[in-house]
Structure formats: structure tokens, C-alpha cells
Design a protein around this ligand. Structure first.
Ligand code: SAM
Ligand code: FES
Length: 352
């Protein structure tokens, strides 16, 4: 086992490959010394590319209205108990102003899929942010829209787009989503975004019902084709008002090992240690960084709406002010020997 594990980590490091059998072995192994060698290899690779620097992205959760009904998500349209909110353009711009003062150089506009904000509205918001904060990057995470809409957002100044494929396997996708949604369209969106010129982020949920090693492997294959600049993975966590309230949460250990695998397969990718990871384990974000992640996404949304953007139960940072989260995260980063980066944190291939 010792030799086998060494060989798997060596293949990841030197050849940037892993076979389905090796992925299975790696996830099934419960030997902590093995695991720490995998984490160390991934961490070293991240430090080689980015130094001991962590990029912060200011997350603005500007609407929790969503027309979709993903079975796992707390803000799904079918959740009549969700208290809905939308931020006005002025409120979004105020978050950005606050964010720039706190040192953020990237704003992530995230929301449910909410057609209330037309393509024109989104373009207007992007243009105003870029005018006021020309040194900052704008990342969108607003779900599936037309190629034309994506093109217009890009021309308005958005540089990056986050859209997890959730699972690349079509049958598995159909288990997690109602028939109106398809893996095919999700992938179509990702390819459109890539072709338009965005820095693209995809990713998947870890531990959703029906997910086995072969589904995860399909995600790796899909991402090797897409070659995203950012990859977000986090454990699936149950929400009490979804059809999946009784399904077990995704596993932190698997998430950390997969983060390491992703770091070794995609050395230059921007990999967040997600809020879901920090919710599943109080030290999850630090552990994520020590397993190869290099991005954190503190919440910049107004404190009054935070507890309404509940994708899963127990979400952390819902009672905090933006400044408290930044201070808390900077302290946590320093405690593990890293510092907060001051630059925008583009993908190395996109740095001017
Ligand atoms: N509407 C946009 C989209 O579809 O990309 C962005 C918002 S969506 C709520 C952001 C991400 O939250 C999803 O891609 C999904 O992976 C994650 N998410 C939703 N429900 C979750 C849950 N119960 N546990 C963990 N992550 C969840
Ligand atoms: Fe929000 Fe720690 S990051 S309180």
C-alpha cells in the first residue's frame, strides 16, 4: 500500500494524471500518513505557482430568488419557507465601495437564477462597478444565460464567470435536478464562456447522493477537456427545507483529498477553500489551504440579508459584518503561515 500510494502521488506530481482505479484507492485509503503526503505535494505545488499567498474574493449574494429547483439547494424555487430578497443596484455598488476599502480587488456577484435582473440590468451594474473600481475584477455567478448575454456581460467588463457543472455525468445530473435542467446545457454554457474569453470556473459538489468514484472521475475528465481557470468544490450539505433534507452530508476528508488531486492536475488553477468546507469543519478553510487551495471568498453581502442566502443548514458567517470576516480570515491565514495577496489574483495565463 505504501508503495502504491507513493506511485499514485508521483504520477499526479510528475505526469499530472490519475487512473480511475488510483482515484478509488486514494479516496478509500484511511492512513493519515499517506494523506498528509498527498496534501504536502499539493501544497508545495500551490506554493511553487502562487507563493504563500491567498487571494480574497468579495462575495456579494445579491438575490436569493431562483427559478430553478435543484433538489439539494436551500434557495430552490420550491422552497416556500425561504425569505426572499433582492439587492438594488445602489446596494450592490455600496457593497463594492465597502469592499474596496477593505482591500478587495475582486467582486463576485452571485445569485439564484433570477430573471428579474435583465441582461441590460446586469450590464449596467458591471459597467458602474468597473467605472468606480477600474482596478478590480468582476466575477459573475448568476447561472445559465444565453451565449449572447454572456458576450454582452464580457463586453461590459466582467472578466470571470463561475458556473459549477455540479456533476459531469448526465444520469447523475438528472438525479440532482428536475427535468427542465440538463447537464448538456450547463456544459454548453461553460464552453460558451470559455470561447468568449472569460476566466472560467467550474466545479462539483462532493458527496451528493448517487455520486461514486466513477462520477467524480467523469468530472475530472470533463475538466481536463475544459481546462478551467478556477475550480470550486465543496461538500454537499443538507438543507432542512429541500427534498433531500435527510440525505447525509458530503465528507470533508474526500473534499480535501480531491482538492489536492485538483491542485496536482491543474497546477495553475485558482482553487477556493469554500464556505461549505468551512461550515462542515470549523477548520475546513485552513485545511483546504493546506491541501492546495489558494482562494477564500468572504461574504460582502449586507449583514441583514446574509441569513437569507442559506444554501444549506448551518452556513457560517451569516451574523458577521464584512470587516469582521476579513479580519477573521486574515488572522486564520496568518496562523497557518500564509498572507493575503494584494493583487487581483488573475489566473497566471491571464496576467497582463
Ligand atoms: N445560480 C448560480 C449557479 O447556478 O451557478 C449561483 C448560485 S448557486 C446557489 C452556487 C452553488 O451553490 C452551486 O453551484 C452549488 O454547487 C452550491 N450549492 C447549492 N446547494 C448546496 C448545498 N446544499 N450544499 C453545498 N453546496 C450547495
Ligand atoms: Fe466570516 Fe470568519 S470568515 S467570521
Amino acid at each position: 500500500m505504501e508503495d502504491l500510494y507513493e506511485r499514485i502521488v508521483a504520477d499526479l506530481k510528475q505526469k499530472q494524471t490519475i487512473s480511475p482505479e488510483d482515484l478509488k484507492t486514494l479516496l478509500a485509503d484511511r492512513e493519515e500518513t499517506h494523506e498528509s503526503r498527498l496534501f504536502a505535494a499539493a501544497r508545495e505545488r500551490a506554493v511553487q505557482t502562487f507563493g504563500k499567498q491567498i487571494y480574497l474574493r468579495g462575495l456579494i449574494e445579491f438575490t436569493n430568488y431562483c427559478k430553478n429547483d435543484c433538489y439539494y439547494c436551500g434557495i430552490r424555487a420550491g422552497n416556500a419557507r425561504a425569505k426572499r430578497y433582492r439587492l438594488s443596484e445602489e446596494e450592490i455598488l455600496a457593497c463594492c465601495n465597502r469592499g474596496e476599502t477593505l482591500g478587495f480587488r475582486t467582486f463576485v456577484l452571485q445569485g439564484g437564477e433570477d430573471p428579474f435582473y435583465s441582461d441590460d440590468d446586469i450590464c449596467g451594474i458591471i459597467e458602474k462597478i468597473k467605472k468606480k473600481h477600474p482596478d478590480c475584477a468582476v466575477t459573475l455567478s448568476i447561472g445559465e444565460r444565453s451565449r449572447e448575454a454572456y458576450r454582452r456581460f464580457f463586453e461590459s467588463g466582467a472578466e470571470r464567470y463561475l458556473l459549477r457543472q455540479e456533476t459531469a455525468n448526465e444520469a447523475h445530473y438528472s438525479m440532482l435536478h428536475p427535468p427542465a435542467m440538463s447537464a448538456e446545457n450547463r456544459k454548453r454554457c461553460l464552453w460558451d464562456l470559455k470561447e468568449i474569453g472569460y476566466q472560467v470556473g467550474c466545479g462539483f459538489l462532493v458527496g451528493t447522493p448517487g455520486q461514486g468514484v466513477s462520477e467524480i472521475y467523469e468530472d475530472l475528465i470533463f475538466m481536463q477537456e475544459l481546462q478551467p481557470q478556477m475550480i470550486g468544490i465543496g461538500p454537499y450539505l443538507a438543507h432542512q427545507d429541500t427534498p433531500w433534507r435527510d440525505k447525509p452530508d458530503g465528507n470533508v476528508t474526500d473534499t480535501l483529498r480531491l482538492l489536492s488531486v485538483l491542485r496536482l492536475l491543474f497546477p495553475k488553477a485558482l482553487l477556493p477553500a469554500t464556505t461549505a468546507l468551512g461550515t462542515a469543519d470549523p477548520k475546513g478553510r485552513e485545511k483546504g489551504i493546506l491541501a492546495g487551495a489558494n482562494v477564500l471568498m468572504p461574504n460582502l453581502s449586507p449583514a441583514a440579508v446574509r441569513e437569507k442566502y442559506l444554501l444549506y443548514d448551518g452556513k457560517i458567517c451569516t451574523g458577521e459584518e464584512a470587516a469582521e470576516c476579513v479580519k477573521c480570515l486574515s488572522d486564520r491565514i496568518e496562523q497557518i503561515g500564509y498572507t493575503v495577496a494584494e493583487s487581483r489574483g488573475d489566473h497566471p495565463d491571464f496576467c497582463q
